[in-house]
Design a protein around this ligand. Structure first.
Ligand SMILES: Cc1cc2nc3c(=O)[nH]c(=O)nc-3n(C[C@H](O)[C@H](O)[C@H](O)COP(=O)(O)OP(=O)(O)OC[C@H]3O[C@@H](n4cnc5c(N)ncnc54)[C@H](O)[C@@H]3O)c2cc1C
Length: 404
């Protein structure tokens, strides 16, 4: 069965655009649909470990990436309470020496724009303002139904529609996301408001009790100038449990409420939190780690990115896993003849087999980091002692950064 019909990708986030590029690189025509009318610079900063940067380099996007990204000098872990350094890991050239690739930081909107530009250049069709409500397997293909009644037929569908994936329902084994009880508070600081004490050339993580704060330099997607991305990740028992509008990435948030939760902290950290001009917060959802390939693909339907494996951002790898998913998809599609739609289920099965264990490992590690980063009492003392003793050896993640 040969098909010149495009593959359908639901979602034009990092996973969807990367998947679109992967398909075109494997010589499959592709069409992307997204529910939003236009892409907007939502989200916050993103750290890209060497495993992710290596892929973007391989796709020829490295030069454009480096025009927008920052190359932090080091990762430093500090105590939120007294601000002292507990451990540090050199990045920059040291990362290239260890892993053959850079560790970079940038705004999510810039990464999305980079992938969008590459997808446009590759001739990918993108249809905005089209929310898919369901995806169903047919005898020799897949149909996806849009909210406006439109129906798309495709030889295969990739669901890259994020945590609240509509495509996921077509995979009986896939699990629904769960509220973790954690919230991310985000702010972007312009240099004019940076406290004098801020070392804005590296990634800093302040570990507190039931919370941590991460800060690093990025380019401001609006002005193109330097900015400091600040995210506070806080465990809070919200009265009434999960938020009423869980899909919303941008609940307006009052600094006072965050400062109350942080409580007493080092003067440098408090100065930084006070300097942040406006906070947005969003509720964090995840899933238990994947247990098998059937949760990532079945027949002619596959999931990528957060649709497949939503995770806490405590290993800074959600977008990186989406990029790795896309690269694996490309390899599996390249292994079959272009246009041979009969081989697509085998290709998607190969994709899921190649990816599920690594994604599960990353999901589990992110959950473990939540327990370690937010530890209290004796566990916190033990953690801090281990960080002081072992330093970089605890912060480095060779199995992850070396690639999937
Ligand atoms: C605080 C925080 C910090 C993070 N830091 C990092 C980091 O440092 N490094 C890292 O690698 N990752 C990080 N992540 C994770 C990363 O942001 C996500 O994993 C990644 O953006 C997921 O991309 P995605 O394309 O799978 O999903 P999304 O970005 O959610 O994109 C989904 C797309 O699908 C569309 N869509 C949704 N439903 C439908 C539908 N029914 N029909 C059509 N279209 C639909 C949406 O409009 C959207 O465009 C962080 C996440 C958070 C919350």
């Amino acid at each position: 069965m040969n098909s010149s019909e495009p593959l359908l990708i639901v979602g034009s986030g990092i996973a969807g655009l990367a998947a679109a590029l992967a398909c075109t690189r494997a010589r499959w025509p592709v069409r992307v649909v997204d529910k939003v009318a236009q892409l907007s610079p939502v989200g916050a900063g993103i750290q890209l470990g060497p495993n992710a940067v290596r892929l973007l380099d391989a796709w020829g996007l490295g030069a454009a990436l480096r025009q927008r990204a920052v190359r932090p000098r080091q990762l430093q872990v500090r105590s939120a309470a007294h601000g002292r350094v507990l451990a540090s890991l050199p990045l920059g050239d040291a990362c290239v020496q260890r892993y053959g690739s850079d560790y970079l930081t940038l705004h999510r909107a810039d990464l999305q724009a980079l992938l969008l530009g590459a997808a446009d250049a590759a001739g990918v069709q993108i249809e905005m303002g089209c929310a898919i409500t369901s995806v169903a397997a047919l005898a020799n293909g897949v149909s996806a139904t849009g909210e406006n009644g439109s129906i798309f037929h495709a030889p295969a569908v990739c669901g890259a529609d994020g945590v609240w994936s509509a495509a996921r329902a077509a995979l009986p084994a896939a699990q629904a996301p769960r509220f973790t009880g954690h919230w991310a508070w985000r702010s972007l600081l312009a240099p004019a408001v940076w406290p004098a004490s801020l070392a804005a050339d590296g990634i800093t993580v302040w570990l507190g009790q039931r919370l941590h704060v991460v800060g690093y330099p990025v380019s401001d997607p609006a002005s193109g100038g330097p900015a400091y991305n600040l995210v506070a990740l806080v465990e809070a028992a919200e009265p009434g449990g999960p938020p009423a509008a869980p899909h919303d990435w941008s609940h307006a948030a009052h600094a006072q409420s965050l400062l109350q939760q942080v409580g007493s902290a080092s003067p440098e950290l408090l100065a930084l939190l006070h300097a942040a001009p406006a906070w947005k917060r969003w509720a964090l959802y995840d899933q238990p780690p994947l247990t098998g390939p059937q949760q990532m693909a079945q027949g002619r339907i596959a999931l990528l990115g957060d649709a497949a494996h939503p995770m806490l951002p405590y290993l800074a790898q959600g977008a990186a896993m989406a990029l790795e998913d896309a690269q694996a998809l490309q390899h599996c599609l390249q292994a079959i003849a272009p246009g041979n739609a009969a081989q697509l289920p085998a290709a998607l099965q190969g994709y899921a087999q190649a990816r599920w264990q690594r994604c599960a490992q990353v999901q589990a590690r992110a959950q473990r980091n939540a327990r370690i980063f937010h530890a209290t009492g004796p566990v916190q003392w033990g953690r801090d002692a281990a960080l002081r003793l072992l330093g970089a050896r605890l912060l480095d993640v060779p199995w992850l950064y070396a690639g999937g």
